[in-house]
Design a protein around this ligand. Structure first.
Ligand code: NAD
Length: 296
């Protein structure tokens, strides 16, 4: 089986990047989101990526062609009608994903492989809703996909290795470096390291131990890392950490409720969603932590 037609479901921070990256490598891409207003937002994000890709790959024509080649739909059946692969990048909320896969299973052709970009959930949580357990797995990208080009490929116990091979190969074809996990692991490799790190930083902040810039400066000076946890959070965007902290709070994890409330009141409620909206813990396009003298 060869992958030609790819549908990206959910066109937010990551979905728009995956869509662009896939179109940039010559695949037919359809962008699906819940309504026309979400698709308008997607077009704006994708249009910004024309400049990002044109500059990064030094090929403005190819970037413009990729953008022009994209199709859009807010009708799921229409969006997947000839799809070889659906990559799901919808919110990190169990119920939303369960409902999505249940609906998708009814409208997608039998041949279609489903891949989830979920950062923290496991394919086995959703396999039974897909109607094709053997063709379902995780394909997890990192933010700023064009340069941080990792793709973690992770099946659940019922995934047929044949489809894992196809997806791994597809990842390579769109310019990714695939990392295939031997078994399910919440958070894959990257987030098994990153999530506890960001949680610890947000805990220090929510607990008033230190402010975000001080925490970042400490980390960057001590380790030589080019960015601190709050610089990373700005790139991730506020919604994903907010949903994660809410989920932890519901499970009774101490401190998680305070972190979620602080992200909401100080950032989300004020439209400060991170780098994508021009402000988060830093102001963009020239965040203080990237300035030459920041650590002095
Ligand atoms: P986001 O909030 O920026 O985007 C989510 C998109 O999904 C929005 O466009 C929204 O309109 C759409 N949506 C909502 N309900 C939907 C539905 N039922 N069907 C289709 N679309 C729907 O979120 P994001 O940061 O892009 O994260 C999306 C997924 O990607 C999550 O599973 C997250 O864990 C994962 N992820 C995020 C990052 C990151 O750095 N932001 C990195 C890797 C993976």
């Amino acid at each position: 089986m060869t992958i030609k037609n790819v549908t990206i479901a959910g066109s937010g921070v990551l979905g728009s990047q995956i869509a662009f990256q896939t179109a940039f490598h010559g695949f037919n891409v359809t962008v699906y989101d819940i309504n026309e207003s979400a698709l308008t937002g997607a077009k704006e994000r994708l249009e910004k990526l024309v400049t990002v890709y044109g500059t990064y790959f030094n090929d403005a024509d190819r970037a413009q062609k990729a953008f022009n080649s994209l199709s859009y739909s807010s009708d799921l059946a229409e969006a997947v009608k000839d799809s070889d692969l659906v990559i799901e990048a919808i919110p990190e909320v169990v119920e939303i994903k369960k409902n999505f896969y249940t609906t998708l299973a009814n409208v997608a052709p039998e041949k279609t492989i489903f891949a989830s970009n979920s950062s923290t959930m496991l394919p086995s949580q959703f396999a039974e809703f897909t109607g094709r357990e053997e063709k379902f797995l995780a394909l997890h990208f990192a933010n700023e996909i064009w340069s941080k080009n990792t793709a973690e490929v992770m099946g659940h116990p019922g995934t047929d290795a044949k489809y894992t091979d196809i997806v791994e190969n597809f990842a390579r074809e769109i310019g990714m470096i695939p990392f295939r996990l031997h078994k399910e692991q919440p958070g894959y490799i990257l987030n098994s390291l990153l999530v506890p790190f960001l949680d610890a930083a947000m805990g220090l902040w929510a607990n008033d131990v230190a402010d975000p810039h001080t925490i970042d400066k400490n980390w960057m000076t001590s380790t030589g890392a080019p960015t601190g946890p709050f610089g990373i959070l700005d790139i991730v965007g506020m919604k994903t950490p907010y949903h994660l902290q809410l989920a932890k709070a519901q499970k009774g994890v101490p401190g998680a409720k305070e972190v979620a409330e602080k992200i909401k009141s100080q950032y989300i409620d004020q439209g400060k969603m991170g780098a994508a909206t021009g402000e988060g813990f830093y102001k963009y396009p020239s965040p203080a932590d990237l300035e030459k003298d920041w650590l002095k």
